[in-house]
Design a protein around this ligand. Structure first.
Ligand code: NAD
Ligand code: TYD
Length: 364
């Protein structure tokens, strides 16, 4: 890893709260920080364990890092629960991932997105502000979807005006603005990253890539919205985690960085690549048909953004951050991960982990 240990000494904290650390990116981030950055402090994973949170994604971390890793089942909609955890663990920095994160769910049930993404972020910022000078960094993890949708040309960057379309992206835009307001008004140490679509291990199989992998393996239909011509810029979660840590520990307070994968693909091409990889590892369908024959065009998503693409030259220029995965290497590795981890897949799909946590964390 290319971390500049000297530059990272600029901002120093020892009791980092990661909200949403049982989710996809948060769990990868906690593992990354412990294993790759040289961080010597404690991480408190504060997570409500919604359908998307699975503490078993961090079984290895809990076993390896002992008391430096603490799990607290808590809801960011509850200001008192946040304050209790802040006091108990002397929290001096937050990396904020906890959110309702799926656009399709936001179209069906927008209320939860406002409560968690807007009010929950406000509750965290308040708790951070109350700690005064003891609090050194609030990092808000956001999305490029706040910028709206692109045509065939151009890229989002740090100066692109906000124009969110879905209830999800509107809720993330709101939380970005509130986080910035806490910097501008109260001087809270805030940084923000807006990134493109992530993929990699431990992603809940409602999002495009893991859903398509598992359906292709199981011979189920692959539902492509509309013609499948919408474009996303695919960023490997490990590269995203490295970008977040870089910004958290090196960027000036009040700054924003865009993070992208430089891997734009049409949805239909993503699905075809996944079919080809599954076929390479598992062969064609039992009836001899190619996995691609499972592709089924379904009704388009309401308000479906056409294209997202990121100009990430600022983070590259300021800190030397670079992607280490291409779509070719990253997709192959991700398909392999889902094939090699059926127990994890089963645990998130069956709700078994929810029953498990009720007993494992009883009384915490
Ligand atoms: P995820 O849905 O996999 O995980 C969300 C986590 O937050 C879960 O563990 C869930 O239990 C927890 N959570 C939800 N509501 C909570 C609440 N009220 N209190 C405490 N915890 C709660 O999400 P993800 O894909 O890992 O995304 C993490 C963050 O990154 C989100 O803020 C999302 O907006 C942002 N982001 C994601 C992507 C992406 O491609 N996945 C891209 C850009 C930005
Ligand atoms: P998704 O993974 O939900 O991420 P986002 O909506 O945040 O970009 O979807 C990625 C793209 O794939 C998006 O254009 C919608 C499309 N999509 C499908 O075509 N079929 C599906 O079953 C899903 C979940 C998404």
């Amino acid at each position: 890893m290319w971390y500049n240990q000297e530059a990272m000494k600029k901002i120093s904290f020892g009791n980092l709260m990661v909200t949403g650390g049982a989710g996809f990116i948060g769990s990868n981030f906690i593992r990354h920080v412990f294993e790759k950055t040289g961080y010597a402090g404690r991480i408190v994973n504060f997570d409500a364990l919604t359908y998307a949170g699975n503490p078993r994604s961090l079984d290895d971390v809990a076993a390896k890092f002992g008391e430096r890793y603490v799990f607290v089942r808590g809801d960011i909609r509850d200001p008192e629960a946040i304050r209790r955890a802040f006091d108990e663990y002397s929290i001096d920095a937050v990396c904020h991932f906890a959110a309702e994160s799926h656009v399709d769910r936001s179209i069906v049930s927008p209320g939860a997105f406002i409560e968690t993404n807007v009010n929950g972020t406000f509750n965290l910022l308040q708790a951070a502000r109350e700690r005064g000078d003891a609090f050194v960094r609030f990092h808000h993890v956001s999305t490029d979807e706040v910028f709206g949708s692109l045509g065939a040309e151009g890229f989002f960057s740090e100066t692109t005006p906000y124009q969110p379309h879905s209830p999800y992206s509107a809720s993330k835009a709101s939380s970005d603005h509130i986080a910035r307001a806490y910097h501008d008004t109260y001087g809270l140490n805030v940084t923000i990253t807006n990134c493109s679509n992530n993929y990699g291990p431990y992603q809940f199989p409602e999002k495009l890539i893991p859903l398509m992998i598992l359906n292709a393996v199981e011979g189920k239909p692959l539902p492509v919205y509309g013609e499948g011509l919408n474009i996303r810029d695919w960023l490997h979660v490990e590269d995203h985690c490295a970008a977040i840590w870089t910004v958290m520990t090196q960027a000036e307070s009040g700054t924003t960085y865009c993070v992208g994968g430089r891997s734009e693909l049409r949805n239909i091409d993503v699905v075809k690549r996944i079919c080809a990889l599954v076929e390479r590892f598992r062969g064609p369908l039992p009836n001899g048909a190619p996995r691609e024959s499972l592709i089924t065009h379904v009704a388009d998503r309401l308000g479906h953004d056409k294209r997202y693409a990121i100009d990430c030259s600022k983070i590259e220029r300021d800190f030397g951050w670079r992607q280490t995965h291409t779509a070719d290497s990253g997709f192959e590795e991700t398909v392999r991960w889902y094939l090699d981890n059926p127990a994890w897949v089963e645990s998130v799909r069956s709700g078994e982990y929810l029953r498990w946590i009720e007993t494992y964390y009883a009384g915490r």
